[in-house]
Ligand binder design. Structure first.
Ligand SMILES: *Cc1c(COP(=O)(O)O)cnc(C)c1O
Length: 502
């Protein structure tokens, strides 16, 4: 007699997961399930759902590293179970982080003596680094104002309106007023003259960006330094500069070594950089470096006993992984100046290939600069019938993830698409992307114009642009929705007729 037991516990180890009941039940979404499931089933099911995430290598939206050498992947996996904060137990990991701090401080030309150690710390990313640098400036400013018997409850920070969201976070979490220099048409970074005009006695620092998130442009830190030195002399203040070099910090030193943006400029007191951007490490590592010990107020530092020696720490997190610190050290010594320079030059070359390909279509204005973070930011010359958001949507069908966004005030009427060139984005991919963008443009040309709701200049009367580009007075929302649905239904049906797939 054959004993058969359907869906037994041993099902999965005997049969494939797909022959088990686990692919027939929906996965828990709100509560921890009562019973366990076999590890093979858990792996398969989660892995399969994750297939629907985009492919990180084709994610052209991000500056963050998506490829490392297999040897480094191995180091990462080997240390995945090491808690960085256990410095007593893992003294070598701590030593590697200190070596990274020293190397990066030297890279940024910190004024260090021969055997002097640098002041800085590894963080989870530039965001944590910026919180720490901002706190140091706030505390230093408060101490100074207290000593002078002046009010110290209204600190502010001056930045461009192009700052990354983490500066807004810093301002809100740590109660500092964020004073933003507005952008304007054709000028998408902080204007140093306007920034210095906005500085007052309550300004804890001016934050400049080396590699604006929006268009990759390097801000003119040297000019900012010179203007601010002049103002400081006139007013008797000593307003310092922080450089947010999240993406540019590992680019400029290697391919624009003459550019003065770092500790060579006297007012630059701290710099942050994302190890996980052009530092070429996977997500989870950033660095903040201070010019000297005096620039980091002592009361922010916690001293922990580390093998009988004093290990100062200044971080927001306690426990975190060690892998990223180890991976950063790997990249610094594996690549050296030569390797980083070659990677950055390759990125720049591929950026030029992409930029020129886009220019040849005749359809785009390029809003990024050749010197800066290797990215191409571009907008449609004519976005009346179809806009950048549609180009972005349509590119997804080819697998490409290319974001579209509007610029901050006062350039909010400008929409751009942005492609970040990372180490693993080769020339072949750049050329393919241009071809696919051309296909998208072709396809959009054959489609009816999308319907835009716009406000006319004369006031609040809403006007709607329909198919033929004529302006008509506003229809009811229901009517508009119906019209959109009809047009798209027609489009989908026609496409189906054309090629059988949609
Ligand atoms: C990416 C970025 C940040 C935030 O850095 P994370 O490392 O992602 O925390 C801050 N500023 C600029 C200019 C950036 O490009």
């Amino acid at each position: 007699m054959v004993l058969s037991k359907t869906f037994s516990e041993s099902d999965v180890s005997i049969h494939s997961t797909f022959a088990s009941r686990y692919v027939r039940t929906s996965l828990p979404r709100f509560k921890i399930p009562e019973n366990s499931i076999p590890k093979e089933a858990a792996y398969q099911i989660i892995n399969d759902e994750l297939m629907l995430d985009g492919n990180p290598r084709l994610n052209l939206a991000s500056f963050v590293t998506t490829w490392m050498e297999p040897e480094c992947d191995k180091l990462i996996m080997d240390s995945i179970n090491k808690n960085y904060v256990d410095m007593d137990e893992y003294p070598v990991t701590t030593e590697l982080q200190n070596r990274c701090v020293n190397m990066i401080a030297h890279l940024f030309n910190a004024p260090l003596g021969e055997s002097e150690t640098a002041v800085g710390v590894g963080t989870v990313g530039s965001s944590e680094a910026i919180m720490l640098a901002g706190l140091a400036f706030k505390r230093k400013w408060q101490n100074k104002m207290k000593a002078q018997g002046k009010p110290f409850d209204k600190p502010n920070i001056v930045t461009g309106a192009n700052v990354q969201v983490c500066w807004e976070k810093f301002a809100r979490y740590f109660e500092v007023d964020l004073k933003e220099v507005k952008l304007r048409d054709g000028y998408y970074v902080m204007d140093p003259e306007k920034a210095v005009e906005m500085v007052d006695e309550n300004t804890i620092c001016v934050a400049a960006i080396l590699g604006s998130t929006l268009n990759g442009e390097f801000e003119d830190v040297k000019l900012l330094n010179d203007l601010l030195e002049k103002k400081n002399k006139e007013t008797g203040w000593d307003t310092p500069i922080h450089v947010d070099a999240a993406s540019g910090g590992f680019i400029a030193p290697f391919i624009y070594p003459e550019l003065e943006w770092d500790f060579r400029l006297p007012l630059v007191k701290s710099i942050n950089v994302s190890g996980h951007k052009y530092g070429l490490v996977y997500a989870g590592i950033g660095w903040v470096i201070w010019r000297t010990k005096d620039d980091l107020p002592d009361e922010l530092i916690f001293h922990i006993n580390y093998l009988g020696a004093d290990q100062p720490t200044f971080t927001l997190n306690f426990s975190k992984g060690s892998s990223q610190v180890i991976a950063q050290y790997y990249q610094l010594i594996r690549l050296g100046h030569e390797g980083y320079r070659n990677v950055m030059e390759n990125c720049r070359e591929n950026m030029i290939v992409l930029k020129e390909g886009l220019e040849r279509t005749g359809r785009f204005n390029i809003v990024s600069k050749d010197n800066g973070v290797p990215l191409v930011a571009f907008s449609l010359k004519d976005n009346q019938r179809h806009d950048e958001f549609e180009v972005s949507d349509f590119l997804r069908r080819f697998g490409w993830i290319v974001p579209a966004y509007t610029m901050p005030p006062d350039a909010q009427h400008v929409t751009v698409l942005r492609v970040v060139i990372r180490e693993d984005f080769s020339r072949t991919l750049a050329e393919r992307l241009v071809i696919d963008i051309q296909k998208v443009l072709h396809e959009l040309d054959t489609l009816p114009a999308k319907i835009n709701a716009k406000y006319s200049d004369s006031g609040n009367e809403e006007v709607v642009k329909v198919n033929n580009g004529n302006l008509v007075t506003k229809k009811s929302d229901i009517e508009t929705q119906r019209e959109i649905t009809t047009i798209w239904k027609k489009f989908v049906l026609e496409r189906k007729k054309m090629n059988g797939v949609c």
